[in-house]
Design a binder for this molecule. Sequence first.
Ligand SMILES: Cc1cc2nc3c(=O)[nH]c(=O)nc-3n(C[C@H](O)[C@H](O)[C@H](O)COP(=O)(O)OP(=O)(O)OC[C@H]3O[C@@H](n4cnc5c(N)ncnc54)[C@H](O)[C@@H]3O)c2cc1C
Length: 378
Amino acid sequence: MIDFTFTEEQEMFRKAAREFAETQVAPYVAEMEKTAKVPAGLVKALGEAEMMAITIPENYGGLGLGYTARLIALEEISRVSVATAMMLQVFALGIEPIILFGTEEQKQKYLPGLATGERLGTAAVTEATGGSDPTGIRTTYRKDGDDYIVNGRKCFITNAHIADTLTILAKSEDDPKAFCAFIVEKGMEGFRATHEEHKVGMRGCNTGELSFEDLRIPKENLLGEEGKGLKVTMAAIGDVGRGGMVGCALGLQAACLAESVKFANERILYGKPISKLATIQSKIAEMRIDLEAGRLLGYRAAAQHDATGRASNEFAVAKYFTTEAAQKAAKIAVDIHGGYGCMEEYAVSKYLRDAAVVGPSAGTSEIMKVIIARWTLG
Ligand SMILES: Cc1cc2nc3c(=O)[nH]c(=O)nc-3n(C[C@H](O)[C@H](O)[C@H](O)COP(=O)(O)OP(=O)(O)OC[C@H]3O[C@@H](n4cnc5c(N)ncnc54)[C@H](O)[C@@H]3O)c2cc1C
């Protein structure tokens, strides 16, 4: 028999994550919208609540809880702040290559500090010439004795200005088919976080550009085998990246539905709440159907990953469905609010802006379809 229920432990974890989001994250949301900065107090709270530790193995100071727990936490945090969920999602994307491919020394050196939130992580792959196609990147590496010299620029990097430990991808100066993944530390000579983006939505997470000018990286910071860095990066994006965006999208869908239900029950027209109108009921039902379906897809993929260690295709399906559904839900939520939906004091106007940003991260919907078609066609 297929068991679709969460365990008692998972339910308790969800309750704790929801309480954390409502009490520790919610107070920062207005400030983040206004300043587009990640408050230091929020990072500290996330660390203390062990939100950074979820997927890090226990012997490196983490909770070793796996993908279902991570999805629960991201969904609950995203219901309150998609931006904060996004920050956490890319944090995990940055550290997964260390968990999967790191040497014992690298794991001992980086993971405990990342698990407590003392250090923030990120993944830097995208460049102006390499987003959907990471092989198009122009950041290069060359050997210099035992070190590597890296030159190039990255764009659209989450946590760019606040990360201490970054996993980056570079291409060989001599061989366009050879890539290396490296661990870069803030403060290394030649490394700079440069332009800060001003996004239409998810304003409360930091996104920006990075510059590497003759950045000298010691061989101890190479992740996986020299020349095989694309495999290192794609292994993390396939599961952690897509899975994380599912969490962001589910939380946003849930928030859109909750605000719409509240408004529909409170807004009186023709002497009764608009929730009595058949068209409003139809919109609410559509949102509910998409949320239920998205949860089934997302948690199935997460459970599969917990059981087998791999679910990148299943996460592609879930990512496609939930990010599209989040955009649809935000549009419906604004519509249900009538003119109020266009006003900034109503949360749904923010949800619509946030929804515009959940699409491209960790691969666009078109790229998800390419992956799903390849999987299906064999
Ligand atoms: C808020 C935000 C945070 C991000 N954070 C990070 C981060 O932390 N680290 C990081 O490395 N990157 C990050 N990214 C980058 C993200 O991964 C890329 O934006 C994404 O992969 C798309 O790449 P692109 O923007 O270059 O678009 P392009 O690749 O230029 O795509 C343009 C259009 O072409 C379509 N397209 C491309 N290829 C195909 C194809 N084969 N078939 C059909 N259509 C196609 C795309 O779907 C899209 O519609 C972030 C992006 C955003 C918006």
